[in-house]
Design a protein around this ligand. Structure first.
Ligand SMILES: Cc1cc2nc3c(=O)[nH]c(=O)nc-3n(C[C@H](O)[C@H](O)[C@H](O)COP(=O)(O)OP(=O)(O)OC[C@H]3O[C@@H](n4cnc5c(N)ncnc54)[C@H](O)[C@@H]3O)c2cc1C
Length: 297
């Protein structure tokens, strides 16, 4: 008997994952769940726990490298409208963990709330952005990351309990956070009331920077290393002469050396080979160890 009997309308089996990642590489999920309500989400987690099935949450797959094997367990995908809802109260936005970050930034601008403009154009959902404390460093100046705006975050723990973590309980540092709970359900973000016109102008400037970094239309982009303390990964890779370095269908971008350009048909092996070559060269030239930003599944 399937552990998810009766939930077939929201749990599919053997689902190819490449379309759910930014670089379009990956194997299949054993189970792939797209609940439409909190009750369904909790039911999937409870069933998985009672059958000792591994559970993970997928955002927009912007920082994932999924290998071409079967991913055991169930992947939660917060694609239902409920998980992207936003409410605004004064300078506080409450938003679902599944919302596309760019949609959230547009809503903030419409409400005359400033703070997130330097994140315009970066791929991700709010859940993935909070988990990785997303900053704007791939495009312009980084700053302390999205975590600086957080008031509190409502999560589902691995045991299936819904809890709220307040700001004082959370830690955000360079592209990482203490938010390693199973599901980031929603967050309250306190922004700064500002002039709508100015906010929109800042967003437009940011869009121009983003556009300048776009590769050829048939390439997909991966953002690959964290910045080592006191350095920028992109600058080190550039100084090491690695722009344009290539393995198979994957190459170091000539626009921003911390991006990989990935052609259709590329494999996870090619991505990993190129990452190892870059890491080894940076270690040899500068005696600096690069830490990968991509999470490998
Ligand atoms: C072209 C490009 C440019 C980029 N530029 C930048 C940049 O400038 N700065 C920067 O910081 N990052 C950058 N990134 C990286 C990426 O955008 C961020 O890491 C983003 O936050 C990932 O969000 P996601 O929703 O895609 O998460 P995913 O990649 O799907 O998942 C990332 C992690 O978050 C977890 N997760 C996702 N959603 C949830 C949830 N709701 N609840 C619990 N856990 C969850 C996943 O389990 C996984 O562990 C860039 C990526 C690309 C492709």
């Amino acid at each position: 008997m399937s552990p998810f009997e009766g939930l077939e309308h929201i749990v599919r089996q053997e689902v190819p994952l490449a379309p759910y990642t930014r670089i379009k590489v990956g194997g299949t999920a054993e189970y792939f769940a797209e609940p439409t309500s909190l009750a369904e989400l909790l039911e999937v987690i409870q069933r998985a726990n009672s059958h000792n099935i591994v559970v993970r949450t997928l955002g927009s797959g912007a920082s994932l490298l999924i290998r071409e094997h079967k991913i055991d367990g169930v992947l939660l995908h917060l694609s239902a409208p409920l998980f992207s809802e936003v409410t605004v109260e004064g300078d506080i936005l409450q938003a679902g963990g599944g919302i596309n970050l760019n949609n959230l930034i547009a809503i903030a601008a419409r409400e005359g709330l400033s703070g997130l403009e330097n994140l315009v154009g970066i791929a991700g959902t709010l859940g993935g952005a909070l988990r990785n404390n997303l900053d704007g460093s791939g495009i312009s100046v980084g700053g302390p990351g999205i975590g600086q705006w957080v008031e509190d975050v409502t999560v589902i723990t691995r045991q299936g309990e819904v809890c709220t973590r307040t700001r004082s309980e959370l830690q955000f540092s360079h592209r990482q956070s203490s938010l390693n709970e199973l599901v980031i359900l929603n967050a309250r973000i306190k922004l700064i009331a500002g002039d709508k016109k100015e906010i929109i102008q800042k967003m437009q400037k940011q869009w121009i920077l983003v556009k300048n970094q776009q590769p050829a239309p048939d390439h997909h982009l991966a953002f690959v290393f964290k910045d080592p303390s006191g350095y920028q990964a992109a600058d080190l890779i550039d100084r090491a002469g690695l722009k344009g370095a290539k393995v198979g269908r994957v190459s170091v971008s000539s626009r921003n050396a911390n991006y990989l350009e990935v052609l259709p048909g590329a494999t996870s092996e090619e991505v990993l080979d190129l990452l190892s070559q870059v890491e080894a060269t940076i270690e040899e030239k500068f005696e600096i160890s690069l830490e990968q930003q991509l999470e490998i599944w």
